[in-house]
Structures are given as C-alpha cells and as structure tokens.
Design a protein around this ligand. Structure first.
Ligand code: ADP
Length: 395
C-alpha cells in the first residue's frame, strides 16, 4: 500500500497521548501529549476537543490508513487486537467496571476517533491480550465455581509492554520468540512481572485487576484477602477501602512517597520507612523471579523495562542480589552505565542468564499489532489475527 501511516491513540481520563508511525521503517513522525482535559482553562474542554487538537497538529492526516487504540481491559471477550465498530464498542463497555480509571476513557477515544477519522480501520489493542495464553492453573483463582462462572480469573496487564520487550529480547539474543524463555519486569508506577515461554505469557503477577502482585507506587500488590474481610467486618466503608488500595498503599503507604526517585531521596536521609519501602519493593520482585524461574525451568533472559526498570541501576542490582544460584550475574559497571537510553545487556560474561534493559515502546507495539491485523503475511514474526471468540466459554 502507498500510505503506511498508523496513528496510535492512548486516551486516558485526563490526558491523550498520540503518535504517528510510518511503518515503512517503523519511523515515528509525530507524537504529542495533551493534558488536563476538562480540568479548567489550561487544557481542552473535553476529549473531543483534545483529539481535534491532536489531529490539527498532524500534517499528513490523509496518509493515516488505520488507528490503533490502547485499551487497558479486554475482559474474557477481547483476546487479540480487534477491529472496532459500534457493536464491538458496546460490548467493550461491559468491562468498564474492571478498569474504571481507564476503560471508559479508552472507549471514548475510540468512539471519537471513529467519528473524527472516518474511513480508517480502527483497531483496539488490549493490555490484557498478551496474557490470553495463560494456562488454566495460572489463570484461575481457587474460588467457588459460581465466582469463576461470573468471570473471576486472572487477566494480567501491561501485556503490550511485556510483548514488545520479549520480542526485542529474543532479537538481542539472536533467537526467535518461539525459542526464548524469559521473565520480564515492567517496573513503573504500576509494576508487573511476566513469565514468557516460547513467546507466550504463561504467568503474570497482576490479576483480575491491576492490584495484585508487586509492590507499586500506590498499590499494595499481593495481600491476604482476609485483611480486607477483617477491615470490612470492622466497618470500613468499601469506597475508603477502594481508595486506600488504589491510591494510598504501596510505596506511598509505606513511606508517604510514591515516586521511586523521591523514595530513594528520602531513604538517603536515613528515613527508616523509606528504607523499608525500598527493601520490600526489591524483595517482592526477587520473590517473583524465583517463582517464575521455577515455572519456566529454563530462563534465557531477565528483562527490565519501564521508568524504574530502565533508569534505576540500584534497584536492578538490589532485585538481583543473591540470585547467583539461579545463574544470574550482573556486571556492576555495565549496570550503572545503563540509563535506559537504548537496549543494553548488563550481565557478566559468566552469567548463565542474560540480563537485558530494554526501553519499552507500547505505541510502536500497538502500531505493529495494527499492521499485523491489516496485513498478517506482510509482517514476519507476527501471528495472524486470532479469532476473538476463542476460549470465550472459559470461566
Ligand atoms: P507509568 O507506569 O506511569 O507509565 P513510568 O514507567 O514512567 O510510569 O515509571 C514511573 C516510575 O519510574 C516512577 O517511580 C519514577 O520515579 C521512576 N523513574 C523514572 N525515571 C527514573 C530515574 N531516572 N531514576 C529512578 N527512577 C525513575
């Protein structure tokens, strides 16, 4: 085709990010972020105005053949990138409650995109989709059958990021994704770990919602469900519980700061709470590495990505401390030289497991997924679009 530009839209509750890629050579030719939507004089009045503003800044709109939209939760219905139309959009609304901070804004972005850019293929790419390959033992919770019938199961998130870095890692190792076993650590504000066997996600630390797993900026990760029952019995308001688990737990709950740089600055002053927060953050991540090593049996690489994973050499070193039994040996110098500007190997020559830092690129991965859906055979390394109803009967 002559025009090969893909627009990628990430429509959030108060911000809208966009990128345009020329997929001949995967060249980014435009990008931007519009913030403070609906928050007063500084920002655009609403999402429609924000998207119109974004489009006005793109010189060659006619060259855009398709639009990729980031959607956080695809539930058990959307297991692969999906062409959107009015019916699919209506179905997507079913999953608003599972990602209330994200999905309604994601859907709005799709609806407005279809309206303001008619005649293009609009494709939703889901953060949950990469994890549709979880085997039943990893996917399910040991809960009553009625709950499972109502859709209570692990979905996992950050899938677009885990998929992108796992493919880049295979490339760096000179292997195909199908030949590669790895553990990817997406360490950002939200954090998750994924065990990838042969290019497929086989376990991941986030669950039915993005609350499970690692210690995060403001979320606790793993917690005994009995704690929540206890608090409910003691009379806590469910809205207060919700707010505490989403916004006042994790690093912030432990030391008052949620940004890793601020936590580290506080710990450097000798603050005991911040020191414990750092220790718990790294301990939890290390615990998952051990668990996923056991799940995979053979691990070719550990991959660090996202804000903390890409930039914070000290956290990487602390997460990996004591993992020599696992064949993991960091090269301290390479680790400290690596600030996430580009993909880099940071393991010692004697390490049995490669340790890679790979800047994530969810926008490019979304553009690749769109191309994969439009022209499955034209993009080596991309599986043809799968039927979205597969495994729909799974609880
Ligand atoms: P999000 O999940 O919102 O996309 P990011 O992936 O950008 O977040 O990660 C944000 C986290 O990365 C914050 O905790 C921030 O402190 C941390 N971070 C970003 N840059 C650095 C840096 N240079 N050193 C240490 N931490 C960093």
């Amino acid at each position: 085709m002559s025009d090969t530009h893909i627009l990628v839209i990430n429509s959030g509750s108060s911000s809208l990010r966009f990128s345009v890629y020329d997929m001949r050579g995967e060249r980014q030719i435009a990008d931007g972020k519009i913030e403070q939507i609906g928050e007063g004089a500084a920002g655009p009045a609403d999402h429609r105005a924000a998207l119109a503003q974004a489009l006005a800044g793109i010189a060659d709109r006619d060259a855009i053949v398709a639009v990729g939209h980031r959607v956080v939760h695809g539930g058990e219905r959307f297991l692969a990138p999906t062409r959107m139309d009015a019916a699919a959009l209506a179905e997507l609304a079913r999953f608003d409650a599972l990602a209330p901070l994200h999905n309604p804004a994601n859907r709005l972005g799709i609806a407005l995109g279809m309206e303001l850019l008619p005649g293009r293929t609009h494709v939703a790419v889901f953060d949950t989709a990469f994890h549709h390959s979880l085997p039943p033992a990893a996917m399910h919770y040991a809960v009553p059958a009625q709950w499972r019938a109502r859709g209570v199961r692990r979905h996992g998130f950050h899938g677009t990021s885990h998929r992108y870095v796992s493919r880049e890692a295979a490339r760096m190792l000179g292997k195909t994704p199908a030949e590669t076993n790895l553990i990817s650590l997406h360490l950002g504000n939200g954090s998750s770990v994924t065990a990838v066997r042969g290019g497929l996600s086989v376990d991941t630390s986030m669950g039915m919602t993005p609350l499970e797993g690692l210690v995060m900026g403001t979320r606790p990760g793993d917690i005994d469900a009995g704690v929540l029952l206890h608090l409910l019995r003691e009379g806590i308001d469910p809205r207060e519980l919700d707010d505490a688990l989403h916004h006042h737990s994790g690093l912030r709950g432990l030391c008052g700061e949620n940004d890793m740089r601020a936590v580290r600055a506080l710990a450097a002053t000798g603050n005991a709470d911040a020191t414990l927060a750092l220790e718990m953050y790294c301990y939890r991540a290390r615990k998952y590495l051990g668990a996923y090593g056991a799940v995979l049996g053979r691990v070719d690489a550990l991959v660090f990505t996202a804000g903390i994973g890409e930039h914070d050499a000290d956290i990487r070193a602390r997460v990996l401390a004591g993992l020599e039994w696992f064949g993991v040996r960091l090269d301290a110098e390479r680790n400290h030289a690596c600030r996430g500007q580009r993909a880099m190997a940071i393991h010692a020559p004697s390490s049995r497991v490669a340790i890679l830092v790979i800047p994530t690129n969810e926008e490019l991965e979304i553009a690749r997924e769109v191309i994969g859906l439009l022209e499955p055979r034209a993009t080596p390394g991309h599986a043809p679009a799968r039927a979205t109803h597969r495994r729909r009967s799974d609880p």
